[in-house]
Design a binder for this molecule. Sequence first.
Ligand SMILES: C[S@@+](CC[C@H](N)C(=O)[O-])C[C@H]1O[C@@H](n2cnc3c(N)ncnc32)[C@H](O)[C@@H]1O
Length: 263
Amino acid sequence: MDGDVPLDQPHTSRIYDYFLGGKDNYEADRIAAEEILKAWPDIRVAARVNRQFMHRSTRFLAEAGIRQFLDIGTGIPTEPNLHQIAQQSAPDARVVYVDNDPLVLAHARALMAATAPETVTYIQGDVTDPNSILRAPELGRLLDLNQPVGLSMIALLHFVEADVNKIISTFLDTLAPGSYLAICIITGDFAPEQLAAAQDVYRVRRMPAQIRKRDEVLSWFEGLELVEPGVVPPHRWRVEQADEIPASFDAKINCYCGVGRKP
Ligand SMILES: C[S@@+](CC[C@H](N)C(=O)[O-])C[C@H]1O[C@@H](n2cnc3c(N)ncnc32)[C@H](O)[C@@H]1O
């Protein structure tokens, strides 16, 4: 299963797996994760809240009529996975998963694609090279890019130091009108010192990391119809009684999310 995965180098996918209570992580990942927990003790709660946003936003897209999903930064399979959520609402939904961690590839091929290869596939790719993802033969086999696609980048873009505006516009320029973009990302807006310390733990271990402000996240939705309630912390996105959640919870979760539709 390990293939050519360098086990002495922590990886964001396995650190996240550790936060979610998974078993697909190694000592280097656990050491880095424990350092991050010292800086941001509530990151485990944030990981679960982020996951719940993935569930709600995927359901929202399926109910809005989306039948093709491109999920980048998929992570190590964690039930329920995006295709399971989408196919609950739309059994004919097709899903292309993309991640740059070879370990995710190994697990995802075994667990996801093998269960429904005609509707789910996996590409090893890097979000910083959108054209290689969009032109991948595996993607072309499952997705018709003349029809709308739900593009999700959930808990991914804080691991990208490159120009996110350029990356997103390359994807959206190719996707058909009626496509959606769903994002969830870490921000330093609520607890800047804690988050800067967490960012440093990633960077000193040679993992790209970049926390961002709400204005930057908003700019990624320019030209899209932003779905209500806009760019907000994920525990406030289309949940009942969001107003009753105390503001102090925002500084535990430290994330923004949003969904936009290409007109
Ligand atoms: C925190 S996990 C999020 C998993 C899942 N999307 C979720 O929200 O539960 C981030 C994932 O992004 C992947 N990743 C990080 N940088 C990437 C890049 N440049 N291109 C593609 N995937 C990347 C990691 O390998 C990891 O699996």
